[in-house]
Ligand binder design. Structure first.
Ligand SMILES: [Zn+2]
Length: 250
């Protein structure tokens, strides 16, 4: 298959579903880390497997046979909002095919948090049944970025060209995910939100403060005359990173 054909691939919806299932089935067969649709651990080698399966099942092995650039597949432990991201050099337009470099970065925490909330989890307009399917949908979105970058040296999922590619290839009707994110889980599980007054204990001593950020832990600002941080009114604070389960709402 030629590069120019990548953008003309078009599968009818039943075929997309069948191909996506085929990828899933083979991934579960071949990965020593995955045992079902619920992801509890996953490795970079699983992303490599996933990529090779998509390449074969959706792209007629275009990447295996014709792509001469470099492709890195990685998990990020820092991405807590974006489920996936495609990174490429700024000077991509000036690079020869051999110099092309891309990195598909996937958030790990979002997929591990998948089951923490009971509600519909739609990714790219498709309702997912488990975290593995959600991972596939996110991966598909990044593959569309990869193809668009490879063919046109620029890519935007807000533009029509990307959206028709994602629709034709994978049946995506949107470019976003509604997977549970940490602040929503914090609110649902612990009743905690940004701006809440909370207390927590460190070595038997109780501290009172205000939540100003929630990632894997909450960032709590505690009034402290000797603190390093100062608000607009000149009041000083110390900053604490506290696991959500240890916070008490006041
Ligand atoms: Zn995107």
């Amino acid at each position: 298959m030629l590069k120019s054909n990548l953008f003309t691939l078009h599968y009818p919806p039943p075929q997309i579903i069948a191909k996506r299932e085929e990828v899933r089935r083979e991934l579960l067969q071949k990965s020593p880390h995955l045992s079902g649709g619920r992801i509890t651990r996953i490795f970079q080698s699983d992303l490599k497997l996933l990529f090779d399966l998509y390449d074969r099942i959706f792209f007629h092995n275009y990447f295996r046979d014709h792509f001469t650039g470099r492709l890195l597949l990685s998990f990020s432990t820092r991405m807590t909002k974006n489920a996936g991201m495609t990174v490429y050099p700024r000077n991509l337009k000036n690079l020869s095919p051999k110099e092309e470099r891309y990195e598909l970065r996937i958030s790990a925490v979002i997929f591990f948090s998948y089951d923490k909330l009971e509600r519909d989890k739609v990714v790219n307009g498709v309702k997912t049944r488990d975290s593995l399917e959600a991972l596939q949908l996110v991966f598909e979105h990044e593959l569309c970025h990869l193809i668009e970058l490879h063919c046109f040296k620029e890519s935007s999922c807000r533009q029509e060209r990307f959206q028709s590619l994602a629709l034709n290839l994978f049946g995506h009707t949107e470019s976003c995910h509604q997977l549970p994110l940490i602040p929503e889980i914090a609110t649902a599980k612990y009743g905690l939100s940004i701006g809440d007054r909370v207390s927590f204990q460190v070595e038997g001593k109780t501290f009172d403060g205000i939540i100003c950020r929630i990632t894997k832990r909450a960032t709590v600002m505690v009034p402290d005359a000797g603190g390093l941080y100062r608000d607009r009114a000149g009041k000083r604070y110390s900053k604490y990173y506290v696991p959500l389960a240890l916070l008490k709402k006041r």
